[in-house]
Design a protein around this ligand. Structure first.
Ligand code: ATP
Length: 430
């Protein structure tokens, strides 16, 4: 367990500073739903961009998609979600608490020691109704994973992008699961975002690609600042594999509440495409022009959670020093890249600072702050992970230079206004 960070303190910082609020707070909140505030939305956007950059932009064998949340209900019949996407549930007959049966170590209620009901399967999909005429409404589902929007578009994307196997399709989007026991802040919620890739390969080459994606995805977390000692693989036992999987490994993070899954990398075989072929009768086979073979590809799926990785980046970067709290966020993920402070409000220093703010905003997010002492202003930015502080002082009026302060080392250097944007960009993006 990661005991250097206290979850309560992190949740409190998130609320106090504007990263994450409870949904519908003024109505007493809605259990397990969260809203990202002005800082959280930027952090989460940067996490998604970092993922997209690494798996789509930087590769020549993956393209993107954005499919709709509502899909034809038969999709979920074919994929097995209607029949199999459930968790075993029990209730306590005494205190009425509800548990996931596979989370329990005994046959008594962990809350009150009471007797438990028999195990029932509880389907996690949210149902809703589509259409305006009540008796003609169709039952549709909020997708519990983004993957099926990729499988059903396999042919559309493959032919229009003229991709050849091996290739992948990536998607970021919302998914919904009526979890039995949501909790641990944004770790397990009923509405969340996923970042998923379905990577299509020739059968027989699947385990090679499985290893490739394991490595790729693990290294991505390290690249964006997760400490080595806080991340590990966990291989799935045969009996815990999902109904469609041949192999699966989780990337686990050492959260303050224990090691828990950040991402799953699964070998989904040809299960999904075959099921959609069976159900629709459509030809979703791949034709290899080189060998003239026709086959249903196997699929390797790295499936990550946006909210869980954002939470892991927050936990991992949180530090308390003697006189400051700071988030040592990777500068690429930080909501604001720089903050601008006039040493005092008078004598034209505010105007010069506003002018610099306007220039830098064209390149990245900057924050302007002229309230309270300079030390306090620095600390306010340290606490939200802003990697650079720029101070405009009287010397600026003489030689057009400012002080550039680095968050982690607190080192300061004098730099000309003209070079500020490119110097900061170089420090952030290399
Ligand atoms: P868990 O075992 O924690 O319920 P899972 O194995 O069911 O997760 P997957 O179906 O593999 O999860 O989903 C892929 C990713 O989507 C997970 O690794 C996680 O990051 C994210 N995810 C899944 N369910 C939730 C949820 N309820 N809240 C937030 N993120 C989730």
């Amino acid at each position: 367990m990661n005991s250097s960070v206290n979850m309560e303190k992190l949740v409190s910082l998130c609320k106090r500073r504007g990263f994450i609020f409870q949904s519908s707070e003024i109505y007493g909140g809605l259990n397990s739903c969260w809203d990202y505030g002005f800082l959280g939305v930027e952090l989460k956007k940067n996490v998604k961009e970092a993922w997209w950059k690494s798996v789509v932009q930087m590769r020549s064998d993956v393209v993107g998609i954005d499919s709709s949340i509502l899909m034809h209900p038969d999709v979920w019949k074919a994929s097995g979600h209607l029949d199999c996407f459930s968790d075993p549930m029990v209730d306590c007959k005494v205190c009425k608490h509800r548990f996931r049966a596979d989370d329990l170590n005994s046959d008594k209620c962990p809350e009150c020691g009471g007797e438990l009901t028999d195990v029932r399967q509880f389907n996690l999909m949210f149902k809703t109704f589509m259409g305006t005429v009540e008796d003609q409404q169709a039952t549709v589902y909020l997708r519990p994973e983004t993957a099926q929007g990729i499988f059903t578009n396999f042919k559309n994307i493959q032919t229009t992008s003229r991709s050849k196997i091996p290739f992948g399709i990536a998607q970021i989007g919302k998914a919904f699961r009526n979890e039995i026991t949501p909790g641990n802040f944004t770790f397990r919620t009923r509405e969340f975002e996923q970042m998923e890739i379905e990577f299509f390969v020739k059968p027989g080459e699947d385990m090679e690609w499985f290893e490739h994606w394991k490595k790729e995805r693990f290294n991505w977390y390290l690249k964006y600042g997760i400490k080595k000692e806080n991340i590990r693989f966990r291989e799935h036992e045969k009996n815990e594999l999902a109904h469609y999987a041949k192999a699966c490994v989780d990337v686990d993070y050492n959260f303050p509440f224990g090691w828990s899954e950040l991402e799953g990398v699964a070998n989904r075989t040809d299960y999904d495409l075959k099921k959609h072929i069976e159900k629709t009768g459509k030809d979703l086979l791949y034709f290899d022009e080189g060998t003239k073979e026709k086959y249903v590809p196997y699929v390797i799926e790295p499936s990550a959670g946006v909210d869980r990785s954002t939470l892991a980046f927050l936990v991992d970067s949180y530090e308390e020093e003697e006189d400051r709290i700071l988030l040592r966020l990777d500068p690429r993920l930080a909501p604001f890249k720089a903050a601008i402070f006039p040493l005092v409000k008078k004598d034209g220093l505010s105007e010069i600072s506003r002018d610099i703010e306007g220039k830098l905003k064209k390149y990245f997010n900057v924050f302007y702050d002229e309230k309270s002492s300079i030390g306090r202003r620095y600390r306010r930015q340290d606490e939200i992970g802003t990697p650079f502080g720029i101070t405009v002082d009287y010397q600026t009026k003489d030689d057009s230079t400012v002080t550039l302060r680095e968050r982690d080392s607190m080192e300061q250097e004098r730099i000309s206004i003209e070079q500020l944007a490119s110097a900061i960009e170089r420090k952030i993006y290399g």
